[in-house]
Design a protein around this ligand. Structure first.
Ligand code: GAP
Length: 492
């Protein structure tokens, strides 16, 4: 019986400890007790994350005729962030409790209260509270937000008091200084999104690549946000990675492209193995000033349906702002209609870490196997074979009689084709378990029959069934199963 752990909050705890124990994700600088909301990827985590980035990159650039990639710097001219609106309005409302000295996001305190009311069957009250909060935030009425917190009798979970400071806006950008000596130094920011690196290179790419609208520019890279409340493991981090694509279109056609990209991106997540009923679209109730349509693709994490990817129709807001501030024209001459215009943009933006978390949560499987006295629990990671950190483990049944050497020979033959590991330590059952725990789809066993007829057994991670095949067919058989093509063919 399969029991996928995706529903309860305790499931997240199991997944976090599994991720640590088996080399997927470690707390950053753990020997110094870690750094809040910053994580490191371990030996298996980095393979999984790289596979996710590769599959996204190829799906965007290789499978699309009209999307190319770039890799822009993390540091950008400070005016970039003035033009994008981040200097003035990339804020979260925060509030401090004077007794515990703990800082909270004011909107999160109210959202949590609303969720509680909903759980208590007071859906109308919950909705009214959210509407009231949105009204205050829209009007910049921070005192109104504070009053709501007081009226709701929300207390600090640490001090249990309602001794709150005023609500202040807190800019989420990290800043630092460039320049060797302090007098020459100027303030710059660590980019809070990768998108602006694409906007400022729009004309460079368009001209040097002779790109014709509609076309897209894709990028994968680090982004930084000084999140006030960091929770839910790698869901909300201060240093994270984004995979973004800006698609430049003729004004007036953006809603068609928005619909196309919504569908394309949903298909992508399903092709990676995320079940359709764990994914949904969530239209934004309130649009950002630059957008004329926005939707999130939400995944059903153990802590509920939450945003994994954002798809936004961003109009010409960014290019127009950059044109105004830089005084450099950001126009495209469209030969089909004989007109110059600033293109409109449809953006797709997914966090590599959030996608990683979704894939890990979905893969984490506990099941009971065997019957009667043989019954036992097993845990395995049910990754799509193309995403698994290790594709195949080659295991000699015993070390002696030339079996180990034969197994190593096989490793040498296949390791250039896909990620292969060798393990000769311990009972064969224990070695299978080790591979199940990191999600290796295939174990190849070299036994005495191998020495006679050049065949091996292949054990399947999910079904635990075994099949005997010739060593000569190994590369092709496994290569086919673990190829990213298996994902791409679902995108057509
Ligand atoms: N350029 C648009 C943009 O940055 P966003 O909704 O703020 O939009 C896009 O972020 C995606 O980046 C999110 O859907 C999420 O997957 C990821 N993301 C945002 N903040 C994050 C954080 N603090 N930690 C991890 N991922 C984050």
């Amino acid at each position: 019986m399969e029991n996928k752990k995706t529903d309860t909050a305790s499931a997240l705890k199991d997944i976090i400890s599994h991720a640590k124990e088996y080399g997927f994700v470690f707390p950053s600088s753990e020997i110094y007790d870690g750094l809040q909301a910053v994580y490191d990827y371990g030996q298996n985590g980095v393979e999984l994350k790289n596979n996710l980035k590769t599959v996204w990159w190829k799906a965007m650039t290789m499978l699309q005729d009209n999307v190319v990639g770039i890799d822009a710097s993390i540091f950008m001219h400070p005016l970039t962030w003035k033009a994008s609106g981040h200097v003035d309005s990339f804020n979260d409302p925060m509030i401090d409790n004077r007794d515990s000295k703990k800082r909270y996001r004011a909107d999160t305190l109210l959202e949590d209260r609303s969720a509680l009311l909903e759980d208590q069957g007071k859906a109308d009250e919950a909705k009214a509270l959210m509407q009231h909060m949105a009204k205050c935030l829209d009007a910049g009425d921070l005192e109104g937000v504070r009053q709501l917190i007081i009226d709701q009798k929300i207390t600090c979970p640490v001090s249990n008091t309602a001794n709150w400071t005023e609500v202040r806006q807190f800019n989420l950008m990290f800043s630092t200084q460039v320049g060797a000596v302090s007098e020459d130094a100027s303030l710059i920011y660590l980019r809070p999104e990768t998108a602006q690196g694409i906007f400022v290179n729009f004309l460079n790419v368009q001209k040097t690549g002779r790109m014709k609208i509609p076309f897209g520019i894709a990028q994968i890279g680090k982004a930084f946000r000084n999140e006030i409340v960091a929770r839910n493991f790698i869901f909300r981090m201060r240093e994270f990675e984004q995979m973004e694509m800006q698609f430049f279109v003729r004004p007036g056609t953006e809603m068609e492209w928005y619909a196309t990209w919504k569908e394309t991106r949903m298909k992508f997540h399903q092709a990676l193995g995320l079940p359709a009923d764990s994914l949904k679209f969530h239209d934004h109730d309130k649009l950002a000033h630059y957008a004329n349509a926005a939707v999130d693709i939400e995944y059903k994490f153990p802590f509920g349906f939450k945003e994994m990817e954002g798809i936004h129709s961003r109009t010409d807001f960014d290019l127009k702002s950059h044109q105004e501030l830089s005084k450099k024209k950001q126009q495209y001459f469209d030969p089909e209609i004989n007109e110059n215009y600033i293109p409109y943009v449809v953006e797709t933006s997914v966090g590599a870490d959030r996608l990683f978390l979704a894939i890990l949560c979905n893969a984490y499987t506990e099941e009971t196997v065997g019957e009667g006295e043989q019954e036992k629990q097993r845990v395995y990671l049910n990754f799509h074979p193309a995403l698994a950190p290790v594709k195949v483990a080659v295991l000699p049944l015993v070390k002696k009689d030339g079996l180990a050497e034969k197994a190593q020979e096989i490793v040498k033959e296949i390791k250039f084709a896909f990620n292969t590991t060798y393990d000769e330590g311990g009972a064969i059952g224990k070695r299978y378990t080790r591979q199940d725990l990191i999600g290796t789809p295939y174990c190849v066993v070299v036994d005495y029959q191998t020495m006679e007829d050049q065949t091996v057994t292949i054990r399947d991670r999910n079904t635990m069934s075994q099949e005997r095949i010739s060593i000569a067919d190994l590369k092709e058989k496994i290569g086919h199963a673990v190829s990213m093509e298996r994902i791409f063919e679902k995108l057509l």
